[in-house]
Design a protein around this ligand. Structure first.
Ligand code: GLA
Length: 406
């Protein structure tokens, strides 16, 4: 079982100190000065879950947690080295040999490097000089904030820069996603990689996973509200089979109905005789509609309506798509009942992980603490929370880069 590459030493660090930690970690470990720095944020999905791999709609945003990869040319032109606090030893990847998954945390790196080497060879580019890399991150693992995609996209961004390729958002998203399919065994959609690459400060993305285009939804003017993410403490593992099972069920529905779930309506869903497939399809078809409703309500700053749609989304994911778990349901119920909360739902792949709630900005911290206390009383599990806001997507930065820190 693999966990995404991550370490937890820097959980509350701002990007400046995270980058400084990466540069000094690199220096200490390799005795060299880093020449390249890539940074990629976390993403949270506000609404539209389990719709991306059937060409549907979602509304994710990049949020203020980051993975940073720094590096420089290695001693050998062929052997990549990767170090992170998570590893007990440095990971080596020999680009002269066939790169295969090893079923450990470094598979995300193996996947991205292997896929770029293939792409470069096919497109007549020379192999880049192998790199020594050092990675730090403050994106929590298994919390539904896409720590794995942030890592893959940071590395993809680094490699495109190293090879002097124009940073191509479509290629970076496609290669990072394929790496996840082949090396982590997760048949994920495009949402995570797309968002981490294309996210913008102060905006959410209304993402159409069919056209792979997104409308930027401006979040300025939303000062009365905050987005609260609470990690249930139940770590999710998308590679453990549940996610693939849901993916396969949706593909079965599409084969039975002879069209993409994106093009289905309630009358198509009603034709499904198998009760499980019926419920999965019902969720996807209704969730696509909810994304549209959500965007309308958000544009009107109608927080009550936005919250209601979030609550409906949770009910659908929990009961029809069955991608929640009892702890997540408890957490969502507590959040929905709390004073100052407009709505709450599970977010991301599910089967554990995190919830997202839309809350009153004036009392944000105390609302979060109340929910967490209630959750501890019922489940005995410690939850963690983050008040998140949208930030810019993945990019290369210079050694002296100045962030307006969050
Ligand atoms: C994971 C996947 C995404 C998406 C979500 C659920 O995060 O990586 O592609 O399917 O689950 O919406």
């Amino acid at each position: 079982m693999k966990s995404p590459i991550i370490n937890s030493t820097y959980l509350s660090a701002a990007p400046t100190s995270l980058v400084e930690s990466a540069i000094s970690g690199f220096k200490t470990h390799y005795g060299l000065t880093a020449t390249h720095i890539a940074i990629a944020p976390a993403r949270v999905n506000i609404i539209g879950d389990h719709t991306d791999y059937t060409q549907g709609l979602a509304m994710p945003m990049t949020v203020n947690r980051w993975t940073v990869i720094v590096g420089a040319n290695g001693d050998s032109p062929a052997v990549w080295q990767l170090e992170s606090d998570l590893f007990t030893r440095t990971v080596s990847i020999n680009s002269e040999l066939v790169i295969e998954p090893a079923n450990d945390t470094a598979d995300y790196a193996r996947g991205v490097i292997a896929e770029y080497l293939n792409w470069l060879a096919k497109n007549g580019h020379t192999k880049p000089h192998a790199q020594k890399l050092y990675c730090v991150s403050n994106i929590p693992i298994g919390a539904g904030l896409s720590s794995s995609a942030a890592f893959s996209v940071a590395l993809a961004t680094y490699i495109e820069d190293l090879c002097n390729l124009d940073q191509c958002p479509t290629r970076r998203a496609a290669i990072s996603r394929t790496a996840e399919h082949k090396f982590a065994g997760v048949p994920c959609g495009i949402m995570d990689q797309y968002t981490i690459i294309n996210g913008r400060k102060n905006s959410a993305l209304k993402l159409d996973c069919r056209s792979e285009n997104a409308e930027l939804i401006n979040m300025c003017g939303t000062e009365p509200i905050r987005w609260l993410v609470i990690h249930s403490g139940i770590s999710h593992q998308l590679s453990d089979g549940n996610y693939a099972a849901r993916f396969n069920e949706c593909k079965e529905v599409e084969a039975l109905l002879g069209k993409s779930l994106r093009d289905c309506d309630n009358s198509d869903v009603a034709r499904l005789k198998n009760p499980t497939l019926y419920k999965r399809a019902k969720h996807v078809v209704s969730e696509n509609k909810r994304v549209i409703q959500f965007a309308k309500s958000l544009a009107q700053n109608n927080w009550h309506s936005v919250g209601t749609v979030m609550n409906q989304s949770h009910q659908s994911l929990s009961q029809d798509f069955q991608s929640a778990c009892s702890e997540i349901d408890q957490l969502v119920t507590l959040a929905q009942k709390a004073h100052g909360v407009y709505g709450a739902r599970i977010t991301g792949g599910g089967f554990g992980g995190a919830i997202i709630a839309l809350i009153d900005a004036k009392r944000a911290e105390s609302i979060a603490e109340t929910i967490i206390r209630g959750y501890k009383n019922v489940t005995r599990v410690d939850a963690k929370f983050w008040l998140v806001s949208p930030v810019d997507g993945a990019r290369m930065i210079q050694l002296n880069h100045k962030f307006d820190d969050h």
